[in-house]
Design a protein around this ligand. Structure first.
Ligand code: ADP
Ligand code: MG
Ligand code: ZN
Length: 484
């Protein structure tokens, strides 16, 4: 029997607000334990929650970007369970009447085709606190409670079971992560837990359309982890079903170090949440006009920009993807391309040198001192033959973090390209005459030696030789020697 995997994801995205979902406490990651709390997020009696306007706006922003329907009236509900990191004994979430439903996020599947993944719902909720075990200040058999994260605003994004392989799940998460960052809705940091994903998976006979019994895997902290966990669980379910066994509906915990998922203890997963509308919070009402105002504030989406660049600029899929990964990089590239009128050369600069420097210096593109205008000037120095590509790279290194004008670096460092015929001809002679062995090999038919001589010419001119002119002069010189 051939089995087909069916996967649906539940993703929690921490919304990029200054303050918590229902109180004014800050949400900074890594603050001293229990310093960002107040009676509301500690669940003290008599305190009352008030919904965070900014969180609602970010939720709507995300919903509109995936073409979901936004409810003008949605409800907050209490979801009850007991855990030491949840002082109220319930989490405020949305259950019936969530903020939005019926979205679509389309991804490029493994075979290169587009796949629409349906988003069942996106709702707002608050996060719980954290149990701390691993820090040095915690005794060996102790757990401490840090309630800083309690009440942090989240959007929960639930997909339909539309994904068919671990790879596809990873592609979906990659696209969703890019989108939330692009929109400024969430920073997408999976290691710090600001984007978390639970994965539901079942198998069915290939070609059928019913749904099998699913398991849910939790505790992955990277996209790669989600992919590995799903592959592990699909293999396990395949073995069980092939041996004639049955899958139990249960929740599994992924152990990244061991590369295994195992069942949570029965009690931990036995949930009856007893949802009911939160009597402390009125229905959440968002007027049509406000929804439309948020819609008109949406930036052009990465997928649209990417395909425009491929069709209008002739960029490769690979380059266009790299450039549309982050909005600030995309803006930087677009301005550069507009200034130079040479989008392909501009794409090379940004995907090559710019992204490399951003990585090396661990800065975002707005921390780069050379702005598109400066880089456009540098690009035109190359196009005009004033500097070689390799000298331009050196100038870029100089200006990237200083912002100095490329032309003044050029004058200061003397990196101007040597296009003077006499100077080049003398460099050619010097390169050939000082390497008689290599010349012999060239004349004996080893054409590769020409490349060696070009390298020598570059050394002599400190990388400034106009490569095309130098190449022609070298050829002429060598052919002349062959004739003798
Ligand atoms: P639960 O009630 O267990 O939370 P839901 O119906 O709310 O299940 O679905 C939760 C997630 O699981 C959704 O992303 C959904 O697409 C996915 N899902 C539901 N049924 C299956 C199934 N049989 N196989 C794989 N994924 C499923
Ligand atoms: Mg569920
Ligand atoms: Zn608070």
């Amino acid at each position: 029997m051939n089995w087909e995997a069916v996967i649906g994801l539940e993703v929690h995205a921490q919304l990029l607000t200054e303050t918590k979902m229902f109180c004014g406490c800050g949400v900074r990651f890594g603050a001293e334990p229990n310093t960002q709390t107040c009676p509301v997020c500690l669940g003290l009696p008599g305190s009352l929650p008030v919904a965070n306007r900014k969180a609602v706006e970010l939720g709507v922003r995300l919903a509109l970007a995936v073409n979901a329907e936004v409810r003008e009236t949605s409800l907050f509900a209490r979801k009850h369970y007991f855990y030491p990191d949840l002082p109220k004994g319930y989490q405020i979430s949305q259950y019936e009447e969530p903020l939005c439903e019926h979205g679509i996020l389309s991804i490029s599947a493994e075979d290169g085709s587009r796949r629409d993944v349906r988003i069942r719902r996106i709702h707002l909720e608050e996060d719980a606190g954290k149990l701390v075990h691993d820090e040095s200040y915690v005794g060996e058999n102790d757990s401490l409670v840090d309630l800083n994260r309690c009440g942090t605003p989240l959007a929960e994004i639930v997909t339909e079971p539309d994904l068919r392989s671990p790879r596809e799940a990873a592609l979906f998460l990659t696209a969703l992560r890019r989108l939330v960052r692009w929109l400024g809705v969430c920073d997408g940091n999976m290691e710090e837990g600001s984007l978390r994903c639970d994965a539901n998976v079942s198998l069915r006979p290939a070609g059928s359309d019913g749904l099998g019994v699913k398991t849910e895997i939790k505790n992955m902290n990277s996209i790669r982890g989600v992919e590995r966990a799903l592959a592990f669980e699909i293999a396990r379910q395949t073995r069980t079903l092939t041996a004639g066994g049955r899958i139990r509906q249960e929740t599994l915990l992924w152990d990244e170090a061991r590369g295994e998922a195992s069942a949570m203890r029965g009690k931990e997963e036995a949930h009856d949440y007893r949802y009911f509308p939160d009597p402390d919070l009125p229905p959440l009402i968002i007027g049509r006009d406000r929804i439309e105002a948020i819609r008109s504030g949406l930036p052009e989406l990465p997928e649209n920009r990417k395909s425009a660049w491929m069709s209008e600029y002739g960029l490769s899929e690979y380059d266009a993807s790299l450039l549309s990964e982050e909005r600030l990089v995309a803006d930087y590239f677009e301005e550069l391309a507009r200034l130079t009128g040479e989008p392909k050369a501009s794409a090379n600069w940004v995907t090559g040198d710019v992204l490399r420097v951003l990585n090396e210096k661990r800065i975002s593109v707005d921390g780069l001192k050379i702005r598109p205008a400066g880089l456009a000037k540098l690009q035109s120095l190359v196009a005009g033959g004033k500097v070689s590509r390799s000298a331009a790279k050196k100038i870029f290194e100089e200006t990237a973090m200083s912002g100095e004008d490329p032309e003044s670096v050029l004058e200061r460092t003397g990196l101007a390209q040597v296009s003077d015929e006499q100077a080049l001809a003398s460099a050619v002679r010097e390169a050939v005459e000082s390497h008689p062995e290599q010349l012999k090999r060239y004349l004996a038919g080893n054409a590769k030696m020409a490349g060696f001589f070009m390298g020598e010419i570059m050394k002599i001119t400190r990388g400034r030789a106009n490569p095309q002119m130098a190449g022609e002069l070298l050829n002429r010189h060598l052919e002349g020697l062959r004739g003798k």
